[in-house]
Design a protein around this ligand. Structure first.
Ligand SMILES: C[S@@+](CC[C@H](N)C(=O)[O-])C[C@H]1O[C@@H](n2cnc3c(N)ncnc32)[C@H](O)[C@@H]1O
Length: 343
């Protein structure tokens, strides 16, 4: 083999493209660190590599390779003699961190998720979701059949919704609400935050029966349980009646227009006449400005379930189809609240 004698420096666009192409390696490293639980096996003080390896049950040499890559991402800090400490950023990969994103990193790094996104080109070719062709069944049926994958997903959603929907708990005014129905509320992390922040509110957590079975203990026992009940069911059939506020956090983006309108119609019929429907979603901008989270989450919706991140005008169309009207959008730092009322 003849080796090149001199190599010209890569030009800037080649470097940038290389970074984009290999960004899945970065996500894989973060996912692996989360899966292994390395952050939980470390502290802010340097620990010897061998100790961390034995705590997480990993090969020390290979873990060293992973951790020095994580040091490059500012998740951990390497000190002499192969010792590693957690950084501020890495702290959020701990399971017990108040701002933990470990579950979300594990889900995004999971073989189910990564093998689905690997088919993005097919989804773009056919113009619709490919989850069923990749895994044999639709996404929610897959979750029902694979409880271990569903547990990863549900925990991931709890983590990310607690972070992305902070503005809902901090900035949105629930003053005039009495009974909040969280439709497709997962394990209820968001509902428990909203109820804690609004002591006058009562809540209903509604999701598929197998998800409700793993609902947050805070909602089922203790102080919040007096103000909250959990109910299993299928929102394509019906939703609990009698609420004045129906919250759908990262739910409507999972569905195509026909199914999304069906879910919203059930909410309209179930709610009190002065009620409101809140879509807590990452809103796709109307224009061409950069919006990385919205634009990439939108691709994930395309691949998995044929949903989309909707622009304000697409949400207005959807509300109209369900007998509702878009009242206002309360912008948030992660998700915004797209508020619908009776038309
Ligand atoms: C993307 S997750 C969002 C969960 C939660 N709202 C959050 O923000 O963390 C979508 C939720 O919709 C629920 N879901 C999907 N299909 C459903 C159905 N037919 N009936 C009730 N819930 C359903 C899923 O179980 C899941 O918890």
């Amino acid at each position: 083999m003849t080796l090149p004698t001199a190599s010209a420096p890569l030009d800037v666009s080649a470097v940038r493209l290389f970074e984009l192409i290999t960004s899945s390696w970065v996500a894989a490293a973060v996912g692996a660190a989360a899966e292994l639980g390395v952050a939980d096996a470390m502290s802010r003080e340097p620990s010897p590599l061998a100790e961390i390896a034995s705590r997480v049950g990993a090969d020390a040499q290979a873990l060293h390779r992973l951790l020095r890559a994580c040091a490059d991402l500012d998740l951990v800090r390497e000190s002499p003699e192969r010792c590693f400490a957690l950084t501020d950023l890495g702290e959020a990969l701990r399971e017990d961190s108040a701002a933990s994103m470990r579950g979300y990193a594990r889900w995004l790094g999971s073989p189910t998720e990564r093998s689905t996104m690997a088919h993005l080109a097919d989804a773009v070719r056919v113009g619709g979701p490919v989850f069923e062709s990749v895994h044999g069944v639709l996404v929610w049926e897959y979750m029902r059949r694979h409880p271990e994958v569903a547990a990863l997903f549900d925990q991931g959603m709890s983590d990310i919704s607690a972070q992305l929907t902070r503005s809902l708990t901090e900035d949105y005014d629930f003053g005039s609400s009495g009974l909040l129905v969280d439709v497709g509320g997962g394990r209820g992390r968001l509902l428990s935050l909203v109820l804690s922040a609004n002591p006058h509110l009562r809540g209903v957590l509604y999701d598929r029966p197998e998800v409700i079975a793993g609902a947050e203990p805070a909602l089922c026992q203790g102080e919040l349980s007096e103000r909250c009940r959990v109910e299993g069911g299928d929102f394509l059939d019906a939703v609990p009646a009698g609420g004045d506020t129906y919250l759908l956090a990262s739910v409507i983006h999972n569905w195509n227009d026909a199914d999304a309108a069906k879910i919203l119609t059930h909410c309209r019929r179930a709610m009190l006449p002065h009620g409101r429907i809140l879509l807590a979603e990452v809103v796709m901008p109307q224009g061409t400005e950069p919006a990385r989270t919205a634009r990439f989450m939108d691709l994930s919706m395309l691949v998995h379930c044929g949903g989309e991140q909707r622009t304000p005008s697409r949400s207005a169309e959807l509300f109209e189809r369900a007998g509702l009207r878009l009242n206002r959008i309360v912008p948030g730092r992660g998700v915004s609240v797209v508020e619908g009322v009776l038309a």
